[in-house]
Design a protein around this ligand. Structure first.
Ligand SMILES: [Zn+2]
Length: 399
């Protein structure tokens, strides 16, 4: 059960704390959502916070003191046009290149692309308070501040002249008491920190230890906007009567999502949508659910799209097929391993067009929409797991 709790610990705790349901019940509650009829819910939500739409790449310096007031972007913006250079933009708006680089969390002055939106001014950026000689020059986050259900990217920029690859240092990152791996890409390090949708809003402690030095910051998790509704107890009956099968399937999936394949996905990676065209989003990620008369609240672990049976499902990014078979709850299911602990799942398919072990590339046919497993209407449930936790896949869909 240890692995089981790892993936769903946050959600389990929130329910068990109310003394309402054993862990097993919650596990299937989360699954059941994916099995709900796409059309029966009768609602479509098309407006909600999206990471891509909010402030991006805000620079925040970590200091030995907790950050009391997070920098939230405001002020003038400029959209980079073809042919622009950062120095020309700086001259035009009366600033300088170094300021723009720092204010926008840019890796270097020549890494701007048309369409990119730059912050020209705004809130004061906290002064760097990293001690002289620190191997870290700067830390930045995206998105900032993060919403419930999003994944916080943490970038660690090493100090000029520091070559951690030659002088290895140990960097550990913990968020809200959990450790996350730090990956290195040349002189930059990064970590993906999933924030489950039921995480209570408010400041959460982030700690980065670099060798002997430790920095602490408070990450202000902002409440997302999630629809909520009640599911009649009768709908849960098929799953209620098969607890052992449900538990076994949950444990298997949890173990699968806990594997870490090095390489692949980075915070700069993006998805395309797994369905081509506009399909109603019948149950957004993170939707709050209650069941019958129970006061227990769960959150939808994926994004549901209503689509006709047979609608093609495409790989949103490159990856390895680590599961392609029929399951009791999820029906015909596919799981892709995108690397570095990032997985996507596709449930209730009518056909599987790939096999376990296949390497698939973005846009490749995976299977077809269906209503297999515990589902009462054709839909695609698309799920993203990072470090075992279900987080919002749409944060990573390229605009
Ligand atoms: Zn679903």
């Amino acid at each position: 059960m240890a692995g089981h709790q790892e993936g769903r610990g946050k959600m389990q705790r929130s329910v068990n704390a109310m003394g309402l349901a054993p862990a097993v019940f919650l596990a299937f509650v989360l699954l059941l959502v994916g099995a709900l009829p796409a059309g029966a819910d009768g609602y479509i939500v098309d407006v909600r916070p999206r990471g891509m739409a909010g402030p991006q790449a805000d620079v925040a310096a970590l200091s030995p003191q907790p950050l009391s007031a997070p920098a939230v972007a405001s002020g003038r913006r400029y959209e980079v046009q073809p042919g622009d250079t950062l120095s020309a933009i700086a001259a035009r708006f009366g600033t300088d290149v170094a300021t723009l680089v720092a204010r926008n969390g840019l890796e270097s002055a020549d890494r701007i692309t048309p369409g990119q939106v730059l912050r020209l001014d705004g809130e004061a950026i906290p002064a760097l308070a990293l001690p002289a000689g620190s191997p870290l020059a700067r830390v930045h986050f995206w998105p900032w501040p993060p919403l419930q259900g999003q994944t916080l990217s943490v970038w660690l920029h090493t100090a000029a002249g520091s070559t951690p690859s030659r002088a290895p240092i140990t960097i550990t990152l913990t968020f809200d008491g959990r450790p996350y791996p730090v990956h290195f890409d040349g002189a930059r390090g990064w970590a993906l920190v999933p924030i489950p949708p039921l995480t209570p809003p408010g400041p959460k402690p982030l700690q980065i230890a670099v060798g002997e030095q430790v920095w602490r910051a408070q990450v202000p998790v902002v409440a997302g906007t999630f629809p909520s509704h009640n599911i009649p107890a009768a709908t849960a009956q098929p799953i209620l009567s098969a607890t052992d099968k449900v538990r076994a399937e949950t444990q298997r999936m949890t173990a699968l999502f806990a594997e870490m394949t090095p390489g692949g996905w980075t915070p700069r990676s993006r998805f395309t949508l797994p369905l081509a065209g506009d399909f109603p989003r019948t149950s957004p990620f993170g939707s709050r659910r209650t069941y019958g008369n129970s006061a227990a609240v769960s959150a939808h672990a994926g994004e549901d799209f209503s689509a006709a049976p047979g609608t093609p499902v495409y790989a949103p990014a490159d990856g390895r097929v680590v599961l392609a078979e029929e399951l009791f709850v999820r029906g015909n299911a596919i799981v892709l391993d995108h690397g570095n602990g990032v997985y996507t799942g596709y449930w209730h398919l009518s056909a599987l067009d790939v096999a376990e072990g296949d390497w698939v590339t973005r846009g490749q046919l995976l299977g077809k929409v269906g209503s297999t497993g515990l589902s009462t209407g054709a839909h695609l449930h698309w799920e993203l797991r990072i470090a075992g936790m279900a987080v919002d896949p749409l944060q990573w869909v390229e605009p």
